[in-house]
Design a protein. Structure first.
Length: 385
């Protein structure tokens, strides 16, 4: 693969720049809060915000550990990218299960209506990236590599070598989407979740397809299944009252002191676990589980669940997180090629200002990408019916 670019080394005051970014982020979050109108346990507004949180953790990590050579940059915003990946997988499992429980569909229909929804924006973004790299940078990819990319096969995650390093996630997510309708049971979603978790763990740990950066896959084998379990537990029907959902709604509505205590406790867990994510922080647990990556997956899952509890119990919505959640997939598709190969902000601005500028640019470009994708998706929907 072409490898004509490389990470940059920041020369300004990294601590100052990081503090400015954190201050700007906190200010934007504070100014975009509003009182929640919903009474549901896990409504779309909450899932949207969690997606926004997820993509932000990924983007900040890519700034700190891929774009620059200064790993202390944006600490601690940059240290839980794995949690963001798990959030996306959890939301995917949750959303697909809610849909299948409400309206089951045959496997072929699922592929036509669900899998193609991933491929259309992915293909559009990929074609644009290939074309732009050739036209503006003179970077040409081998034909076999382009074909496998179009098919969603990304066995490596080479920061400045692959067409889009974060696309390793596409391959992993497609595995779940392809297997989901084959193993899903409307009457026993929990069993489907177990089967998928076992399959993903086997593939992640044994690496039968010899994927070059398989260490990324084996860190995220159970979050999708946990989303299935959550959807199963929170499913409501006209015929039978869901006592768990009823209890959670009443608790959120009426238990203010207890709710605040839980939110504070969950936030403390997020902070502590975020600073203790690796296996060397948990020697006894590592010895028990036998593999360090099991421990790292465990810490990521704990942080993810703590965030889900916080977001489910809070009585305020955040527009900034919601916007980033709305465009989270588009931001995921385009953010790394833009900052890696088409960066102008870090060349001319202080590092904190470059990050802020990119955060705005990602949303604007994502809006444009969505406008391109929407009519194509509508046309494909008509054909698929």
């Amino acid at each position: 693969m072409p490898n004509t670019l490389a990470p940059i080394t920041l020369t300004d005051n990294i601590s100052f720049a990081t503090n400015i970014v954190i201050a700007v982020l906190l200010l934007v979050l504070f100014l975009t809060f509003k009182k929640s109108q919903h009474t549901d346990v896990f409504p779309i507004s909450v899932t949207q915000e969690l997606k926004g949180l997820g993509i932000l953790t990924v983007v900040f990590a890519h700034f700190a550990y891929m774009k620059v050579t200064n790993p202390e940059f944006l600490f601690p915003l940059s240290i839980i990218a794995g949690v963001g990946v798990d959030l996306f997988l959890f939301m995917s499992g949750y959303g697909l299960t809610v849909g299948m429980l409400k309206k089951p569909m045959p496997t072929l229909d699922f592929y036509k209506r669900r899998v193609i929804k991933i491929f259309i924006p992915f293909w559009v973004a990929l074609i644009i990236i290939f074309a732009a790299d050739a036209l503006f940078l003179g970077i040409f990819y081998p034909l076999p590599y382009m074909i496998q990319s179009v098919l969603g096969w990304f066995p490596t995650a080479i920061g400045f070598g692959d067409v889009n390093s974060p696309f390793w996630y596409i391959t992993w997510m497609l595995m779940f989407y392809i297997l989901f309708p084959l193993v899903f049971s409307v009457s026993k979603p929990w069993l489907s979740a177990i089967i998928l978790a076992v399959i993903a763990t086997i593939i992640g740990t044994s690496n039968p397809l010899d994927m070059g950066d398989n260490w990324l896959h084996r860190l995220h084998t159970v979050a999708f299944s946990m989303g299935i379990i959550a959807a199963w537990l929170l499913t409501e029907s006209k015929d039978k009252e869901n006592k768990l959902v009823k209890y959670l709604k009443e608790f959120r509505a009426n238990s203010n002191i207890s709710r605040y205590v839980i939110i504070v406790l969950m936030f403390a867990i997020v902070v502590y676990m975020s600073l203790h994510t690796t296996a060397n922080h948990w020697p006894k647990l590592t010895a028990l589980l036998g593999k360090g990556f099991y421990v790292e997956q465990f810490t990521s899952i704990v942080i993810m669940l703590a965030f889900i509890v916080i977001f489910s119990l809070k009585k305020v919505d955040n527009k900034f997180l919601a916007i980033y959640g709305l465009y989270s997939f588009e931001v995921y598709l385009i953010h790394w090629p833009l900052m890696a190969r088409y960066d102008i902000f870090f060349d001319y601005l202080p590092s904190w200002a470059a990050v802020v500028a990119w955060m705005v640019a990602f949303i604007l470009v994502s809006m444009l990408l969505q406008k391109i994708v929407t009519p194509i998706s509508s046309w494909v929907d008509k054909i698929a019916k």
